[in-house]
Design a protein around this ligand. Structure first.
Ligand code: AMP
Length: 114
């Protein structure tokens, strides 16, 4: 299975990549919802949270660790930030390649808008 994010990971689609290692890639969201809006994705396709398996535990931990490092790098760690992972239609997921949104640079407001 391929996804637009898999193409970004492979360098086949342009993106503003801010971090990449053997397990994860992070790039700026094309439609930013906050001054800092970065997507952190596993390099291999896991479609949704429902598809996570035990073998994915390492990459999932790496995603959180990279989020922490990028938040510091972006200067948003001290004030605070939000991490979001949407799952399937009701969760608001639009790209079926698991990803973590790192959002910050302004107050994020209430967790849900409605
Ligand atoms: P979600 O709704 O949680 O599936 O989030 C998908 C996110 O991917 C949205 O915030 C989109 O703006 C973002 N997005 C879609 N295509 C691209 C792309 N080519 N480069 C960067 N971000 C993208």
């Amino acid at each position: 299975m391929t996804t637009i994010f898999a193409k970004i990971v492979a360098g086949e689609l342009p993106a503003d990549i801010v971090y990449q290692d053997d397990l994860v890639t992070a790039f700026r969201d094309i439609n930013a919802s906050a001054p800092t809006h970065i997507l952190i994705v596993p390099n291999h396709v896991i479609p949704t949270v429902n598809d996570i398996s035990e073998e994915d535990e390492m990459v999932l931990g790496r995603m959180l660790h990279v989020a922490k490092k990028l938040a510091a790098q972006e200067g948003i760690a001290e004030k605070g930030f939000r991490l979001i992972v949407n799952c399937n239609e009701w969760g608001g997921q639009t790209v079926y390649h698991l990803h973590m949104h790192l959002l910050g640079g302004k107050p994020m407001g209430p967790m849900l808008s409605s």
